[in-house]
Design a protein around this ligand. Structure first.
Ligand SMILES: *[C@@H]1O[C@H](CO)[C@@H](O)[C@H](O)[C@H]1NC(C)=O
Length: 259
């Protein structure tokens, strides 16, 4: 295929050369240089390094080697939920509007374990001015909840996005660094659903109550673990990668291209 293409280009150039020779003063004499410069092994245009891709994989690898999945698996959820039940001085009740139903619910928790922790594909978004980068870190896990009230294990599918802002800042010496700005979760970035779809209705209302509590506990807990990890990864990024990203952000150059 390539040879045929090359031949066509070659013939085309010859035709062009002849045309030039016919129409132009001979002094230009383009025939020899043109044919000589025809690349037999054309050099491919250098592929620009995929900065966004490199950053995404560096962050992903950093999170995984920082044992993100182990951290998710060992979230002390039962303790935290129990503590809420013991001294929910109106807080949980206030949020849910019914203190009487929540406290017994929490006190009935026997076990809360995390299985199937997952790090899904990171997503990068650059602000329109090019100076800030938002990294979405999508996490997934399954909560297995055992309660005294019901015999069966409740399995909840949890999806949570943590969003980390990356930006540049100068230190006292005027050196520019890539730093972690806001590291947060947006209110609608937590989704909890019951895995067993055929659960009877009372179970669904338990799940609703539990969800109401988890919304106030889980994102904060996860954020507190993930954000320091991201911060640590930024500090140990490859120097060239760091330089390239910092350069782009300082000058507001777009390097995250959305398809
Ligand atoms: C998390 O972010 C991804 C990509 O930005 C999005 O597709 C997904 O719906 C989000 N998930 C939640 C739970 O908000």
């Amino acid at each position: 295929m390539f040879q045929i293409g090359g031949l066509i280009v070659f013939c085309g150039l010859l035709a062009q050369t002849n045309a030039l020779l016919e129409g132009l003063p001979l002094s230009l004499g383009p025939a020899v240089p043109l044919t000589r410069s025809l690349p037999l092994n054309p050099v491919l245009p250098s592929i620009p390094t995929d900065l966004a891709g490199s950053l995404t994989s560096a962050l992903t690898n950093g999170l995984l080697s920082g044992d993100l999945l182990g951290i998710l698996k060992n979230l002390p959820l039962l303790d935290i939920l129990k503590a809420r039940g013991d001294n929910s001085g109106g807080l949980v009740g206030g949020l849910l509007g019914r203190v009487t139903s929540v406290v017994p619910l929490l006190n009935n928790l026997i076990e809360v374990t995390v299985t199937d922790p997952q790090l899904l594909e990171l997503d990068l978004v650059q602000t329109p001015d090019g100076h800030h980068l938002y990294v979405t870190i999508p996490l997934g896990l399954v909560l297995n909840v055992k309660m005294a009230l019901i015999r069966s294990l409740l399995r909840l599918d949890v999806k949570l996005n943590i969003t980390a802002e990356l930006l540049t800042a100068k230190d006292e010496q005027g050196k520019t660094h890539l730093i972690l700005g806001d590291c947060t979760h947006f209110p609608d970035s937590l989704k909890i659903s019951l895995l067993d779809r055929n659960a009877p209705l009372p179970v669904q209302s338990l799940v609703d109550s539990l969800t109401g509590i988890l919304v106030n506990v889980l994102p904060e807990l996860v954020r507190g673990k993930v954000c320091p990890l991201v911060n640590g990864i930024l500090g140990s990024l490859d120097v060239t990668l760091l330089y390239d990203i910092t350069h782009k952000l300082i000058h507001g150059l777009e390097f995250v291209i959305k398809v």
